[in-house]
Design a protein around this ligand. Structure first.
Ligand code: SF4
Length: 66
């Protein structure tokens, strides 16, 4: 599983960071980005799915593995 945050959609609620701080980083403006290259280790996939479902802006996308 691999995820990314669409910077045009993210409105900086930091909800993703609250739910899964292992996967997201938030800058000084509250804009979120994924940590590293966005690859989610298997043990964090449930948290990633939770973050996707709870982003009010639908800004977190699951990407197909390349
Ligand atoms: S929950 Fe969504 S809108 Fe809020 S900071 Fe995370 S990606 Fe951005």
């Amino acid at each position: 599983m691999r995820i990314r945050v669409d910077p045009d959609r993210c409105q900086g609620h930091a909800r993703c960071y609250a739910l899964a701080p292992e996967l997201f980083d938030v800058d000084d403006y509250g804009q979120s980005s994924v940590i590293g290259d966005g690859v989610v280790p298997p043990e964090l996939e449930a948290k990633a799915t939770l973050a996707i479902a709870n982003c009010p802006e639908y800004a977190i996308e699951e990407r197909s593995e390349e």
